[in-house]
Structure formats: structure tokens, C-alpha cells
Design a protein around this ligand. Sequence first.
Ligand code: PLP
Length: 391
Amino acid sequence: MPIPSPKVLTSAKQSKSKSDTSGVENLIRAMIKKHRTPFMLIRQSVLEKQFQRFRKCLPEVTPYYAIKANPHPKIIKTFIKLGANFDVASAWEMKHVLSLGASPNRIIFANTIKSVEDIITARRRRVRLMTFDNEPELYKISEHYPGAHVLLRIKVENEGSVVNLSLKFGADPENAYLILRKAQSLGLVPMGLSFHVGSQSKNVENYLQALEISAKIFEKAKEHDMPLKVLDIGGGFPIQHFDNEIGVNFERMASQIRKQIRLLFDKKVQFIAEPGRFLVGPAGILVTQVIGRTFRNNKNYYYLNDGIYGDFSGMVFDHCKYEFKTLRRGQTFLSALAGPTCDSFDTLSLDVEIPELYVNDVVYTKNIGAYSAASAVANFNGFSPAKIVVV
Ligand SMILES: *Cc1c(COP(=O)(O)O)cnc(C)c1O
């Protein structure tokens, strides 16, 4: 099964301007005249830039955008145009990307535990490639989707990743070969392996080690006349959430991954990945306004019209920290920021250094395109998440 590859790179402008602050702030000033806050700007140019960056740094790895990071239709359409493939985890996500025009052979059903109903949907919609990590799952797949192409997800280290994804998923690498054999004996096509090193993985060692473990399994399978064709290196590629953050260097990480791939694998092996955050995170700018302020605990508290239950939900589910910025300049003071709901838990920061703000002043956050709107609650306390505006 050939992995459909993306279109040829157009030479995307790689503006290395260290701070695009004035560009971002001009954009916010223009958009605030047209849209009510809160709104989240998704910059198409950044989606494209991130996609091309991925392609350029890991040319032998085909990216499948993990839509759970942000399933907004315009984002998916943008990636379809760019030639991306997609990682979906449910029948809903599958139908969503298909209805937007993605073709089934560009989709991986990358949830190791799938309901029978969802497996049947995959068969009907001809989404043939899927992951699994246990034997009972194989019985389900072989009964409801004979001939499906399967990748065994193995358990790998998630050391240093912000979100651990190996506590719940992944087969013991020791058993990998036998489970894949089992898949074959049940009439499925054992395509290869997948792993996930955890989300926002700043530790390249996780990838290098996982590649090494995978290579051993590939070797063993080959020796036993069951050559594997596909290795899915998952997602986890990190982004910078703060302007002056250090320790995130995708280019360096990618070059080490590439080296390891060349060193350990046969040229015929096809590589795929499932980046989510990396592709969409940097494209998002959340724009909120101050709806009230008070002085308590010796500092100014500013209440914003978006919070933990809305687009800052990543602070809970994604363990994410964000940088809060203001359009207003001037002397800064230690202040607190809170969301609009009645819950004290809906507090965004107790120690942010910002200028004195007034009602209606803008507070914005960059690099918030992933795991934000996607996990926001629809209408808690009557507050809706930000509208997404793709620009
Ligand atoms: C969440 C997830 C991804 C995307 O992870 P990122 O860290 O956003 O790149 C990819 N694959 C699987 C199976 C996932 O669960």
C-alpha cells in the first residue's frame, strides 16, 4: 500500500523575524473592528509554514495531521490543499475529514481501541489503515473489517513529554512480532508499527530510542519472512508557547530523527507521522477583552471574556502554560487574570506582569491553536468559546 505523499514543496517564505509582535498586533487591531471578542485567529500562512517546515526537515516522513488538536473545517481544508494526510480517532472525525474532501487512503484511524460501530464505519468508508495494541482488538477488526491494514502501537518512553500517552496505550515491544503474526493469521495485513512519545515532547531521546526498538522488531519480522513496510512515528513534536522559551528546537530534533532513520532502516520502509500541535498550535492567536477589574490580595485582578472552560481549557487538559500579552504598553505590575465563569478554578494566572488595564482592553495569547478550542466546553455558565476566524 503506497503511502500517498504530499505535493511538492513550494518554497514557503521562512521569515525568521524574531518577533512578529507588531504584525500580530496590527492584525488584532484590524480584526477587533470586525469581530466581537473572544475570537481565535488562525493564520493560514502559519499553518502552511509549519507544514512546509515539517516536510523540509523530515522529507521522508509523510505527515498525517492529528485533527484532535483542532478540527475546524477551514484548517482541515487548508491541509487538504497542502496535500496533508489525516489522523482520526473516531467515526465522527473520520466522517468529518471525508466530508471536507479528504480521500480515505489519506486517513489513518489511529485509535488503538475502536468500537465495533466505528470499525464498521471505517470499512464502509474505505479507511483501511488503522492502529491497534492488543489481541482482543484484532478479533474485532478481523470480524468486522477483514483485510484491514494494521499497525501495532508499541509502548515507548514518554520521558520529559508534557502529556504522557503511554500510560494507557501501547503493546510491550517484546510481544510485537507475535501479535503481528497473529494479525496476519486472522486475515489482516500487518503493515508495521506505530508509537507515540507523548505530546510536546522536548526530549529527542524518546524518538531515537523508539526508533531503535522499532528497528529491532522490523529486523525480526524480516528474518521471519514477514517484512514490515510502514513505521508511524506518531506526534509529539514540540512548539514554543512563550516568545523567549528555550529548549524547543524542531530543526535539530528532526535532523537527529532523520539520521537515526537512515542508520537503522531499510530504504524501502515508509515513514509516517501524526503531528497535531506542531502544525496548528503556532497558527492560533486568542484575542480576549477585559470585562471587569478589581483590586484584591494586593494586586489588580482582571476578568477576561474567555477562560479555563473555554479556549484556555488546555491549561487543564493539555497541562499547558501560556504567555499573556496586552496591546497596552507601559509600566508593568504583578497582576492576576481570570476567566468569566463563577468558578474560582477559572483563574488563568496569579502572577502575570502586565501594564494596568481598563475594561475593554485587549489581552491576547499566541501559539494557542492546538488543544484549546477543541476541548472547550460549549456553554458552561452561558459563556461560549471564542469564534474561530481563519485569516
Ligand atoms: C494526540 C495524538 C497525536 C497528536 O499529538 P501531538 O502531540 O499534538 O503531535 C497523534 N497521534 C495520536 C495517536 C494521538 O493520540
